[in-house]
Design a protein around this ligand. Structure first.
Ligand SMILES: C[S@@+](CC[C@H](N)C(=O)[O-])C[C@H]1O[C@@H](n2cnc3c(N)ncnc32)[C@H](O)[C@@H]1O
Length: 251
């Protein structure tokens, strides 16, 4: 089922110019934060990161011909300190036990390496839209760092769109305490016209691809003023401590 959905996503990615225009902006942002070295794409789906940078290992939980490996974010099959970057687009809010993934990210990143994610942002405007016009739930009462008992019936596309926003706002301090080696070095609230009008990975769009550059320009003028209230997307960059997060031993 997951493989079928991802194959459908890949077809849409290849044939929907407005989606490519909107997401190219996402990947350009991501690449601008990548450190030199090997990047791991987690939940790669269509495996798009490779179109925008080199030295990428693209993975997902389903085996697909265009991906390099099968990898569950909660138990990454890679050795310690083996990647300069971990990149994910719209994946973190699908992970059942985010804290297991954060521990894995901390482990497989090299010192100074970065976890870079683009996820749904829950703001006043997007919260209304996501609650009433999007099939995935928004539960702002969840604890993104909670210990979760795995649900045997859970599907890979089950989600809570609020998880990334909660981690980067209400639970930011808690994240710093639980994962002190992963420091939040960048949070950007962006995209409130292009993404919702594009229809994302659905077949419809209310925006022609040729209008995207102009819309992004308009957004870049308005976002510094109103981004935190209207953004549909957030970019979060966590950087692993240069000393690898080694604990200080006193005495
Ligand atoms: C909304 S899709 C995003 C796919 C792709 N990144 C994109 O932007 O087109 C969510 C992806 O997360 C993957 N996923 C869900 N749970 C996962 C897990 N525990 N580990 C790795 N990937 C997971 C799904 O298989 C799916 O490819």
């Amino acid at each position: 089922m997951t493989a079928e959905v991802l194959a459908e996503h890949r077809t849409i990615w290849e044939t929907k110019p407005v989606l490519r225009a909107v997401y190219s902006n996402y990947y350009r942002k991501i690449v601008s934060w990548c450190r030199e070295g090997k990047s791991l794409e987690v939940g790669g789906g269509s495996g798009n990161l490779k179109e925008f940078t080199v030295d990428v290992v693209s993975t997902d939980i389903a085996e697909l011909p265009w991906l390099d490996a099968v990898a569950n974010a909660q138990t990454l099959p890679f050795s310690d300190a083996s990647f300069a970057n971990i990149v994910m687009v719209d994946v973190f809010h699908h992970i059942e036990q985010p804290r297991l993934f954060l521990a894995e990210a901390e482990r497989v990143l090299e010192p100074g390496g970065r976890l870079i994610m683009i996820e749904p942002a829950i703001t006043v405007l997007s919260g209304f839209f996501f609650r009433f016009f999007h099939p995935e739930p928004v539960d702002m009462t969840a604890d993104p760092l909670a210990e979760i008992t795995p649900d045997p019936d859970r599907q890979p596309f089950d989600s809570n769109q609020a998880i990334p926003t909660l981690l980067c706002s209400r639970y930011r301090e808690h994240m710093g305490q639980e994962f002190p080696a992963l420091k939040l070095v960048k949070i950007e609230w962006f995209d409130f016209i292009a993404y919702p009008l594009s229809g994302g990975f659905r077949r419809w769009s209310l925006l022609p691809a040729m209008a995207v550059p102009g819309v992004l320009k308009l957004e870049s003028l308005l976002l510094p003023l109103i981004g935190r209230w209207v953004a549909f997307r957030l970019l979060a960059v966590f950087e692993k401590a240069a000393n690898g997060g080694a604990k200080k031993i006193s005495g």
